[in-house]
Design a protein around this ligand. Structure first.
Ligand code: GDP
Ligand code: MG
Length: 439
């Protein structure tokens, strides 16, 4: 997939102490291929690579202590820009209700997303009304009603014998009467973009004057999703796109091309069939996901400005080789303290949120004092070879540090977990990184 291919390319780059123009060119050739294979629009790829190249070669990457990282950083920033740069938020009507109209082809996920979006809004204490305007697809109304029951949101329907425009109009009235602050209109789709579909949607639009017209597209369809977005945008003046099925085996092309091709921002991403599988779309997070590195770049940036280059380089080497002793642990604690609250730092490491025992790994600043005391009560040999710390040594360390055996046990367990995490982490930095959500 795209993520693993890009990680592969950058794994190679990162390993280099120096980068030549040829190294950069070669990496970019591979990036170009990876993007094309991920079904990203050809023109988009061309412009993207040109932009990255200009910066990577123009900038004095040699001077940085991790030139590979600088290139990755540029790619990350350009990927983010490609997807719109910053989060594009849902519009809000000056005078409620805010009206959101969902449009798209059949099976794209309109009805499901209507329910999910209502749930997201409810979490912000909003009171959405769902309006069932798909009178063609058998059981479409029922589907929306079931979703409504599930999330405890009202669903307005007039059955399938009334015109969608009429339903939309009456639905609006009901929302006003019941003081719903959002109206989400689920519409019918067809297998292809056609005039009849567009006419009906335009009529509904005319009747309800939506604040948002969200096109729901199936990310798995790649370039087709982008083409669909283009034709819908021409006819309907979309305000945003919802990408669905990002949990599936998608190649990522749609996420990367939609904004660049249509100018229309992605506002939400759906990653599953369940009703809470919808998230606001953040271009920077998606870029990091594609590059498979969590908020690694933020972390590296922080490290670059707070830690001196030699120490950071050494830290990186140790991380990579997973050679890590309690001595390093102590030193790193000092370094880490400079970066900010520890749990925030840990959260930035890729894979951490998925790790079992993440909760136990959380350390607050008060606990840090105890940890330091415990490590300082260890002999040099114990720090370097934690394996030798048996029961009697644990007891001695607990006494010496004024803590308990339980605390000592916990720390040694955490240290062990941390080492395992480092191994996982170094795997990600290397060529065989795990698959991200975009494969
Ligand atoms: P509509 O015809 O556009 O209203 O599409 P539906 O909402 O009925 O969805 C069509 C199918 O896609 C259903 O089986 C949904 O469960 C499924 N679906 C929708 N969104 C997602 C998603 O983000 N991930 C996955 N895996 N399935 C989805
Ligand atoms: Mg539907």
């Amino acid at each position: 997939g795209l993520a693993s291919r890009l990680q592969n390319v950058f794994g190679k780059l990162r390993g280099k102490g120096k980068l030549s123009e040829e190294d950069v060119n070669e990496a970019l050739r591979e990036v170009r291929l990876a993007l094309l294979e991920a079904d990203v629009n050809f023109k988009v790829v061309k412009e993207f690579v040109a932009k990255v190249k200009e910066q990577a070669i123009g900038q004095d990457v040699m001077k940085s202590f991790t030139p590979g990282m600088v290139v990755v950083d540029i790619v990350n920033k350009e990927l983010t820009a490609l997807m719109g740069g910053t989060q594009s938020k849902l519009a809000k009507a000056n005078k409620p209700p805010t009206v959101i109209m969902m449009v798209g082809l059949q099976g794209a996920g309109k009805t499901t997303t209507t329910g999910k979006l209502a749930k997201l809004l409810q979490k912000q204490n909003a009171r959405p009304l769902l309006v069932a305007c798909d009178v063609y697809r058998p059981a479409a109304i029922k589907q929306l009603q079931v979703l409504g029951e599930q999330i405890k949101a009202p669903v307005f329907s007039l059955g399938d014998q009334v015109s969608p425009v009429e339903i939309a109009r009456k639905g609006m009235q009901q929302a006003k009467d019941n003081h719903n602050d959002y109206v989400i209109i689920d519409t019918a789709g067809r297998l292809h973009v056609d005039e009849e579909l567009m006419d009906e949607l335009k009529n509904i639009r005319e009747a309800v004057k939506p604040d948002e017209i969200l096109l729901v597209v199936d990310a798995m369809t790649g370039q087709d999703a982008v083409n669909v977005a283009e034709s819908f945008h021409k006819q309907m003046e979309l305000t945003g796109v919802v990408l669905t099925k990002l949990d599936g085996d998608t190649r990522g092309g749609a996420a990367l091309s939609v904004k660049a091709v249509t100018g229309c921002p992605i506002k939400f991403a759906a990653m599953g069939e369940k009703v809470d599988a919808l998230e606001p779309f953040f271009p920077d997070r998606m870029a990091s996901r594609i590059l498979g590195m969590g908020d690694m770049l933020t972390l590296i940036e922080k490290a670059q400005s707070n830690i001196d280059a030699d120490k950071a380089k050494e830290m990186e080497r140790k991380l990579r080789n997973a050679e890590f002793t309690f001595e390093d642990f102590l030193e790193q604690m000092d370094q880490v303290k400079k970066l900010g609250p520890l749990d925030q730092i840990l959260e930035m490491l890729p894979g951490m949120n998925k790790m079992k025992g993440m909760k136990d790994l959380k350390v607050d600043d008060k606990q840090m004092g105890h940890i330091e005391a415990i490590v300082k009560s260890m002999t040099v040999q114990e720090k370097r070879q934690p394996e030798i710390i048996n029961a009697s040594r644990r007891k001695r360390i607990a006494n010496g540090s004024g803590t308990s055996i339980q605390e000592v046990n916990r720390l040694i367990k955490q240290f062990d977990d941390m080492r395992k995490m480092m191994k996982q982490f170094s795997g990600m930095m290397g060529p065989k990184g795990p698959k991200g959500p975009l494969g």
